[in-house]
Design a protein around this ligand. Structure first.
Ligand code: OGA
Ligand code: ZN
Length: 380
């Protein structure tokens, strides 16, 4: 436990204060780092740093330092007539030598078609989310880990999904308005608003940052057909990385142009992005995939053949039986998924055989991860 660890010794080195801990470990904190992170220079309610590092020189150093009576590291600085007090537990949990040497652990659990037998693992009752923070926490953890969750037994009045989503945070507005009505209409501005099959896709790839999460709230679904499909894009990246490295490299490198020229809007949206993006740890960050919303490819002529080979392979995998989970949404389900990870689609349905009406909402990834941080009581 970090709380019970105390400072045994402090020593001044050339550029750092060396802290010897009661468990025998050592940390070194750079003078500027310590001055920059002095807790007294944080605004008490805005919780923002007031200190500006350009107001001291890079030669700032402790004039004196000690472990004081309360066990805190106390430093009197050579500039600005300022004294800093650091809690040992804070210093230890923010020791950048220790933190920087930790191995990255991916928060994601990747899945394939076998998720269908374990839908219980990703399902959660709506009334529990509305009632308790523990259930909200569980829902967010599922969303973050699997990138997909099904909320069961939600009310089915129009717009009632918002109350459930507001347990997390506010939604992300788009020109499709909120909620967007997934129904079969004449002159649609999106293929989703027809009864046609929707191939595997991610929504709004023509935004610089496409909405992180999408929520499809099923109000009624008794028409023939209209099965939903989801597929874990990160699992597909993993598969390519392990088995088809060349395809993986091309998809990571070549920028694809995503376009939208909505006839109800006065906008022409164009965004260039690779189909696969990784984070700095090499973990999976995002896929974008939407055949209908892809413009002409303008990569260099030497790459065109390879690109199309890789693109077709990616498309094939994103529709493949091995990775795809198919199910029919029930009245009161809210299919919730990471739109930058999980590709989704639906089978064609017969609008004359019954009714199908989903209401859609978007939310940025920030809202999910930030609420999770809060509920996990992450220390800053
Ligand atoms: C959408 C969509 C799926 C469905 O609205 O973006 O993909 O099941 N809908 O209708
Ligand atoms: Zn969609």
């Amino acid at each position: 436990m970090i709380q019970s660890i105390s400072i045994k010794k402090v020593a001044k080195k050339e550029k750092t204060i060396e802290v010897g801990w009661s468990d025998g470990k050592k940390s070194n904190f750079h003078f500027l780092w310590l001055r920059d992170n002095c807790p007294s220079d944080i605004h008490p309610t805005a919780r923002e740093r007031l200190f500006n590092l350009i107001n001291v020189t890079e030669n700032i150093h402790p004039e004196s330092y000690k472990i004081n009576n309360e066990g805190k590291l106390e430093i009197k600085w050579s500039e600005g007539n300022h004294i800093s007090y650091f809690e040992p537990s804070w210093l230890r949990s923010h020791c950048y030598t220790i933190n920087n040497s930790k191995k990255y652990v991916s928060p994601y659990k990747l899945w394939n078609k076998s998720l269908l037998e374990n839908l219980n693992d990703i399902s959660i009752k709506c009334e529990e989310i509305l009632k308790s923070d523990e259930s909200l926490f569980k829902w967010l953890e599922i969303l973050h880990k699997y990138g997909v969750s099904i909320v069961k037994n939600a009310p089915t009045e129009k717009n009632s999904g918002l109350k459930v989503l507001n347990r997390i945070s506010h939604i992300r507005e788009t020109f499709f308005r909120t909620p967007f009505e997934v129904i079969n209409i004449p002159e649609p501005n999106n293929i989703a608003y027809t009864a046609k099959k929707l191939d595997s896709h991610t929504d709004l790839p023509y935004f610089e940052t496409p909405p992180g999460y999408q929520f499809l709230h099923c109000l009624i679904n008794n028409a023939d057909g209209g099965m939903s499909s989801i597929i874990d894009g990160f699992k597909i990246i993993e598969y390519l990385k392990n088995n088809e490295l060349k395809t993986f490299e091309i998809l990571k490198k070549v920028e694809v142009k995503f376009i939208n020229n909505d006839y109800t809007q006065k906008t022409i949206r164009i965004v260039n992005s690779p189909l696969i993006t990784l984070n700095k740890e090499g973990d999976y960050k995002e896929i974008r995939f939407n055949i209908g919303q892809t413009g002409t490819i303008d990569c260099s002529p030497e790459l065109m053949e390879q690109f199309y080979k890789a693109y077709r392979r990616f498309a094939e995998l994103l529709h493949s039986e091995q990775f795809c989970v198919n199910f029919k949404l029930k009245k009161g389900d809210i299919l919730s998924f990471d739109n930058r990870r999980v590709a989704h689609g639906r089978a064609e349905y017969n609008p004359n055989s019954g009714q199908r009406h989903l209401q859609g909402y978007y939310m940025d990834r920030d809202e999910i991860t930030s609420r999770l941080n809060y509920l996990r009581k992450i220390e800053l």
